[in-house]
Design a protein around this ligand. Structure first.
Ligand SMILES: [Zn+2]
Ligand SMILES: [Zn+2]
Length: 150
């Protein structure tokens, strides 16, 4: 994610926490900043490694709690099939994301098809279900990996 984009995400997160009376702890901030900086799916232990600096240890529960926090507030998507996390490209808006996941390189690209979102909304509504958010996982091969041997 470009620097301005990741800064905007952090600003949005800060505003969101303020408005909702949530604490933006240093752990939460650092986890979100790292995911925004990388803009690729990261596993919790990769995050832990990246956040650890000489003489400063980040405890696993801090990372896990921070991830849970951001996932529950829609700033981060958990990719169940990879057991990894990726920052949301547009938190607070339009929670109907689709994640295109390359089974070769593991890259996760977030896309947003509004018609798909509408269809999901409608499907939920028809069953009297109150829609909140969805992140669909679509598996396949990214353009770079097509034609490459498995
Ligand atoms: Zn998203
Ligand atoms: Zn790929």
């Amino acid at each position: 994610m470009a620097k301005e984009q990741s800064q905007r995400l952090l600003d949005e997160a800060e505003g969101y926490c303020r408005r909702h009376g949530l604490r933006l702890t240093p752990g939460r901030r650092r986890v979100l900043a790292m995911l925004a900086e990388r803009a690729e799916a990261m596993k919790a232990y990769d995050l832990l490694d990246s956040l650890t600096r000489p003489g400063e240890r980040v405890m696993p529960p801090v990372v896990y709690r921070a991830l849970d926090f951001w996932v529950s507030h829609g700033f981060v998507h958990r990719i169940a099939s990879l057991n990894a996390y990726v920052v949301c490209g547009h938190p607070l808006h339009n929670h109907g994301c689709q994640l295109l996941i390359c089974s070769h390189c593991g890259q996760a690209l977030e896309v947003c098809n509004l018609r798909l979102r509408e269809a999901i909304l409608e499907t939920a509504r028809a069953s009297g279900f109150h829609f909140e958010k969805v992140a669909l996982e679509i598996h396949g091969r990214c353009p770079r990996c097509q034609g490459r041997a498995v």
